[in-house]
Design a protein around this ligand. Sequence first.
Ligand code: 7RM
Length: 651
Amino acid sequence: MSTSSGNITSVLKETRAFIPPAEFSANAHVKSMAEYEKLWQDAAKDPEKFWGQQAETLQWMQKWNKVLEWNPPHAKWFVGGKLNISANCLDRHLHGPRHNKAAIIWEGEPGEQRILTYQMLHREVCKFANVLKNIGTKSGDRVTIYMPMIPEAAIAMLACARIGAIHSVIFGGYSADAVADRNNDAGAKILITADGGWRRGKVIPLKENVDKSLEKSPTIEKVVVFNRCNLSVNMKAGRDMWWHEEMAKASADCPAEPFDSEHPLFILYTSGSTGKPKGILHTSAGYLLGTSSTHKWVFDLKEDDVYWCTADVGWITGHSYIVYGPLCNGATVMMFEGAPNHPKEDRFWEIIEKYRVSIFYTAPTAIRAFIKWGDHWPDSHDLSSLRLLGSVGEPINTEAWMWYHEKIGKGRCPIVDTWWQTETGSMMIAPMPGAIPTKPGSATKPLPGIIAEVVDQKGNRVAANQGGFLVIRKPWPSMLRTIFNDDVRYKEQYWSQIPNTYFTADGAREDEDGYIWVMGRVDDVLNVAGHRLSTMEIESALGSHAKVAESAVVGKPDEIKGEGICCFVTVKAGVVVSEELKKELRDHVTKEIGALARPDEIRFTDSLPKTRSGKIMRRLLRDIASGKQTTGDTSTLEDYTVLSKLRQEDE
Ligand code: 7RM
């Protein structure tokens, strides 16, 4: 297969399909493949009509007069419309049976519990919106939110939305320097934080990090500090104030003002493989429509569900599927502050049992950790409340999928593998679980209104089962609008490869049934003797070996083949590593995929370098495999010691 056509050799063979249980389909919002097909076809025929109809589900203060204004690559959705995002997530639920429904059920890592009903959450958001106003926050101002996973993080986001301020949430695991860079890029005026937050039994000193970051971020004028851990922190007079003191003075009356459909809602920084983080800009109506409609379709949301997404609010998954989508739909959202293995490795299963969680949405990296920790942890809990499972963040290897299906879902619960990006705002490829049979490892089909295709470098669709680039052909409501302060980079990164087409930078193939199999970032593709192989497919083969917990595959220079295959492997608890095991794994990959994918090198390691949201950072492993110094941005790396450990193992 030639490289110049941009084709990627796809070698994965997974033929199992799981039909939605009849009872699940009978009660689902979308009940059959035929129903899905009709929705998708109607939407494809006339996307503006489709999205216009969908937009009726939002609460408008002034109706739009045009669904879409598309000046490639810039879109405006629901032009002329006005709404308030916080009113859509809160006020609309206050006049019916939902006003006393739990909006957020929260558990702190040390074990505290809090429940906020829609009415209570509304009151807190109104009060905090007034706090923001009292300290001079105006519509359009940028507000940094650097908080632990506590309800106040969501309250701060919704309070910004209520008054038209633009939030920039920074994950609580980031360092002072990372906070400073993001404050500066956004030109943020207000910063909201806590004294600290709990993580794996320790306190993360958030306010201390903020103090350091503020030495380098001059635009911040005021800092609001929530007292989470009773730490003694430095409070600078005139700049810093306590959340509870300001709340005590604030009125609970804060009528929702109308904002334009395209009013900016938030900036969220995401790392590119090189260079400085990109501030992805999302706006109001389209974003809320994308997140709420997909949350309802893909999780097949019912009024009495207890819905739990384990992401942090600092990631897009937390924005879209802890805060905006679910609250717009009036869901009960479970929120947990801490780590899955604190105090023990069954913390998640304990939470599911205790609150009778019915929908559980997590990441493959977490699932692989659960497998590594052992089956006795989930086995000792009652998980019978679960009815649907979700996955996001990376391709899910078939072993992890099957384990999730059997051990957590007990074979009863459909799994929704959801493909999307910070940039897409909401899910793009994912099953409607009552309608679409699932295949382990495939996110299945594009959602209605989404035209996703697999193409070659020229933008031509490739044949079934050929690898290529995943692109989106038409604008969609929750798409990013630009990169904050860098529209040139926006055009270049996403719209310059293929005319009028959004470039996802992911490789994928579409099978004969129209199912899409995402194979990972295109820069995670190997070129072995002229074959472009996806690292994910080799990882998937390794993962099907009984002793392997997790692996990351990268290329290393090879004089003959162009690239050789180097595999970093972590083994399951109790497995002893040896030269024989290396040989066994090489043979295993050869048997699963073929001789062309036979690993040149296997390296055992205790852990892999990951981003703070759990994605494996293969580019760092590439440097190690080829014996180079680490280059590029490492600010998103979760544990810096992993790199030096890997290098030591090298010696
Ligand atoms: C939601 C999120 C985006 C990148 C994306 C992919 C990978 C995410 C899946 C997936 C295969 C999935 N946003 N990715 N979900 N790959 N199957 N279901 O993760 O901006 O942080 O990352 O993540 O490479 O482009 S993100």
